[in-house]
Design a protein around this ligand. Structure first.
Ligand code: IPM
Ligand code: MN
Length: 351
């Protein structure tokens, strides 16, 4: 097949890790007879430097013409002050909104060969394979914000359709996995959570009687995620809870560098990015872990291009590289670690 892929590498380690993912996609294309065209554009701090805004119009236009978006990371120390009017993060939020990417899939898988890299006890990590689905275009992130000299407010709103589409996606995916859905909310305190829970209960009862559903408060979920992570299958939750819970969950595999993501909407145009940030402290050193971005590229093959076989081949090649001990510094605090380029090449060699 022919596919046009936008590459928005962004700031910090973004260009280094996306370069390795592009190499892998090129090899996949060659092996399976596809024609992938890659086109780069600026986003984030680098875009502010050159155009004054974090998401320049030509960048958004390019993405809208493409079949999928491979994204690196954004943020630089130069724009770290949260009081700045123009900030790199706005680029990512504007992309999510402009493309209608309402569902953020964040798989959290513990690979046995790197269990020692996790701060958690290895016995807790056996069989951990969680898919967190974070609502991505609603809630407190996108509600009205106000500020006076003595107060501030962020409005959190959810509508029934916004919740319904997440529940349906979560339950549909749970059916293809272990058949269990955990809906995380704060229904004992928040009205938006009471709506979330009511909608979830109704959809699950009416449309997915074969999927087991449980409801959990966010505070309890944060605890159970560390105490018994293997009990979770698919988790659905609202925007900010999902943001926090997935950074916590990333410690199960042992590194943010192993956690990919897909942001999906109503069409097949999706955005694929590692959940880690731009890591300015190691940018340019060539030591960043490219596996999360490569695994994100596998999700791109699966969700935007419908290439399941190719997606699995790429995921299997990453697992093989890990099994063979090819570890970047985040997974190997002592001794000689693989460089970003070596880790990418190791995946290519195993394809
Ligand atoms: C993420 C990030 C973003 C978020 C930031 C950069 C706006 O933390 O993708 O998880 O909070 O959604
Ligand atoms: Mn986050």
């Amino acid at each position: 097949m022919k596919a046009h892929i936008a590459v928005l590498a962004g700031d910090g380690i973004g260009p280094e890790v996306t370069a390795q993912a592009v190499c892998c996609l090129q090899v996949i294309a060659r092996q399976h007879g596809h024609d992938f065209q890659f086109e780069a554009a600026p986003v984030g701090g680098i875009a502010i430097d050159t155009t004054g805004v974090p998401l320049p119009k030509p960048t958004l236009d390019l993405v809208q013409r493409c079949d999928a978006l491979l994204f690196g990371a954004i943020g630089t120390p130069k724009y770290a002050d949260p009081n700045l009017k123009v900030r790199p993060e706005q680029g990512i939020l504007q992309l999510r909104q402009a493309l209608g990417l309402y569902a953020n899939l964040r798989p959290v898988i513990c690979y046995p060969s790197v269990a020692d890299a996790s701060p958690l006890k290895a016995e807790l990590l056996v069989g951990v394979d969680i898919l967190v689905i974070r609502e991505l275009t609603g809630g407190i992130y996108f509600g009205e914000k106000t500020r006076t000299p003595t107060s501030a407010s962020d409005l959190c709103t959810y509508t029934v359709p916004e919740v319904e589409r997440i529940v349906r996606l979560g339950a549909t995916l749970a059916r293809t996995r272990r058949g269990k859905l955990t809906s995380v909310d704060k229904a004992n305190v928040l009205e938006t959570s009471r709506l979330w829970r009511a909608v979830t209960q109704q959809i699950m009862r009416d449309e997915f009687p074969d999927v087991t559903v449980e409801h959990m408060y966010i505070d309890a979920a944060a605890m159970h995620l560390l105490r018994r992570p293997a009990d979770f299958d698919v988790i659905i939750t609202e925007n900010m809870f999902g943001d926090i819970l997935t950074d916590e969950a990333s410690m199960l595999p042992g590194s943010l560098g192993l956690c990919p993501s897909a942001s999906l909407g109503a069409s097949t145009l999706g955005m694929y990015e590692p959940i880690h940030g731009s890591a300015p402290d190691i940018a340019g050193l060539g030591i960043a872990n490219p596996y999360a971005t490569i695994l994100s590229a596998a999700m791109l093959l699966r969700h935007s291009l419908g290439l399941e076989t190719e997606a699995r081949a790429l995921e299997a090649a990453v697992v093989k590289a890990l099994d063979d001990g090819v570890r970047t510094a985040d997974l190997k605090p002592r001794g000689a670690a693989a460089t970003t380029q070596e880790a990418g090449a190791a995946v290519v060699a195993r394809l």
